[in-house]
Design a protein around this ligand. Structure first.
Ligand SMILES: [Zn+2]
Length: 502
């Protein structure tokens, strides 16, 4: 037990919430739900990134002020997360006063440490990325590697952060904190960036208004990194409530996509070190969820709206697919056929079928009253293994493996029923024993699966006659064999997951 602080990236308000945003946010949500089951005091943060040239331009085009524009998009994210039952404890917007205070505090701390200096920048700049590129990075020598559009030549006076001074300190820190980045191969990638040499980076603009002014030189506004990354501090009281900040910082995990690894795992810990703050305890780096083999983007026109999928397949069908189909860290390829196939095999045929069989047999052979499990059931070992595997996988931020482990228990229970065929037997102690075991397995499945499929788990919980919220159960106690008391009304109900045609 302890405190567990997890963040998603803050999402840029130039686009509406899409599948990629939903993916990272659902993984973060499931991870924090797991930690709530462990009894941890959890703080799960998400929010929106609202400054910068792209927003200013989008606002101009829409005939709005940048703030009005941001105000029109940020609520779409809040509403989407509500639909997805994201249990975030806070939603931060970078236009909030609490965030300005924190950014000013961090800038001053780094400036006082001598790590911020005034310089001149001229270079090739992508408006879409809000980032300068060197020619070697460009596609065909002219185009942004991400946006595939020509970069522009810019020259201006900028403040710079002295990242080059942090190479050795970062290497030493990572050497002392092995496993801070999961999965491992992403950690090696970060060490590669650092060993390749670090360049100071620009942190301010004079050509831009829509940002947070540099406190000692307000004709400059800071942009991108000192603005966006600092949200992780602002939300827990940095520069405002020192006690609260010390309670929550350092963060346990930043959930991020692989495209922002350099900024989160190189720039950010260096900025924190400069300000005398601890680097994060961990980063969990996800791959991209590709659609038809391509990264989703407005430019390529393959944007998938998560809310449309929920209307179609149900919230838990959608959450289960995202969490189970791609090992976290690898790229996944979203396909509708894949979604339906997972739904039919794991949800309809395995979990849904198990619940429906158990409820049917209990109704016919046990007068609808669920019997208690046997203490030495052959399923007890499968349940213990499912718990151990699920816990280990969540500990490594591997939701697909966690679900695999939990689903082993579902499969073992279906196999146990098929081996014993209680539906063919006369009512009596033998049927009661088998059904008590199956109900106990379902109880444990409901607890272990609840971070991924909260609504479904609650339904299973209630159908087998248990009261209260499954989310209030506590591990490891609630996964221990023998918790189903027996003597409860078991309800048949509608199929949990009616089979779908592909
Ligand atoms: Zn770009």
């Amino acid at each position: 037990m302890g405190r567990f602080y997890v963040t998603t990236p803050i999402y840029y308000v130039n686009a509406q919430p899409h599948l990629g945003h939903a993916y990272t946010t659902i993984v973060g949500d499931a991870l924090t739900r797991w930690h709530r089951l462990l009894g941890d005091d959890v703080h799960f943060l998400t929010g929106t990134d609202e400054h910068g040239l792209k927003i200013q331009q989008a606002a101009d085009a829409a005939g709005k002020t940048p703030k009005e524009f941001a105000d029109s998009i940020a609520p779409l994210f809040e509403a989407a997360w509500e639909r997805l039952e994201i249990a975030n404890d806070d939603f931060i917007r970078t236009t909030e006063a609490r965030h300005y205070r924190a950014v000013e505090t961090l800038l001053k701390a780094c400036y006082d440490a001598g790590d911020i200096y005034l310089g001149k920048y001229s270079g090739l700049y992508c408006v879409g990325c809000e980032e300068y590129y060197v020619e070697d990075d460009l596609t065909n020598g002219t185009d942004c590697p991400i946006h595939k559009r020509p970069v522009q030549h810019f020259e201006e006076e900028n403040y710079f952060f002295r990242l080059s001074a942090f190479e050795q300190r970062l290497l030493d820190w990572y050497a002392a904190h092995p496993g801070a980045i999961v999965p491992d191969f992403r950690g090696n990638e970060v060490l590669g960036f650092i060993k390749g040499g670090l360049r100071d980076f620009s942190i301010s603009r004079t050509s831009l208004d829509w940002g947070i002014p540099i406190p000692w030189d307000p004709k400059h506004v800071t942009y991108v990194w000192f603005d966006a990354l600092t949200n992780y501090l602002s939300a827990v009281g940095y520069g405002q409530d020192q006690q609260r900040f010390e309670d929550w910082w350092p963060v346990n995990y930043h959930m991020i996509g692989k495209d922002i690894i350099r900024f989160h795992c190189v720039y950010w810990p260096a900025m924190l070190m400069s300000a005398g703050l601890e680097p994060p305890k961990g980063w969990a780096v996800g791959g991209w969820l590709l659609v038809g083999g391509e990264k989703m983007s407005k430019t390529t026109g393959n944007v998938v709206n998560p809310l449309d999928l929920i209307d179609d397949i149900g919230l838990d069908g959608f959450r289960y697919y995202l969490l189970s189909d791609t090992p976290y860290g690898q790229d996944g390829d979203f396909t509708y056929e894949g979604l339906i196939s997972r739904y039919n095999s794991d949800l309809a045929n395995n979990l849904g079928n198990l619940l429906s069989r158990v409820a049917t047999v209990v109704a016919k052979k046990c007068d609808g009253i669920g019997p208690a499990p046997a203490p030495n059931s052959p399923l007890a070992e499968a349940a213990a293994a499912a718990y151990a595997g699920t816990a280990l996988a969540w500990d490594q931020v591997q939701p697909s493996r966690a679900l695999e482990s939990t689903w082993h228990l579902i499969r073992a229970t279906n196999a146990y029923l098929e081996a014993n065929e209680p539906w063919k037997a006369e009512p009596g102690p033998e049927v009661d024993r088998v059904m008590g075991d199956a109900l106990e397995a379902l109880r444990i499945v409901a607890v272990l699966a609840s971070p991924a499929v909260p609504e479904t788990s609650q339904t299973v919980w209630e159908r087998i006659g248990l009261g209260g919220a499954v989310a209030n159960e506590r591990l490891p106690h609630s996964a221990t064999w023998g918790g189903y008391p027996g003597g409860l009304n078991v309800v048949k109900g509608d199929p949990l997951f009616p089979r779908r045609q592909a």
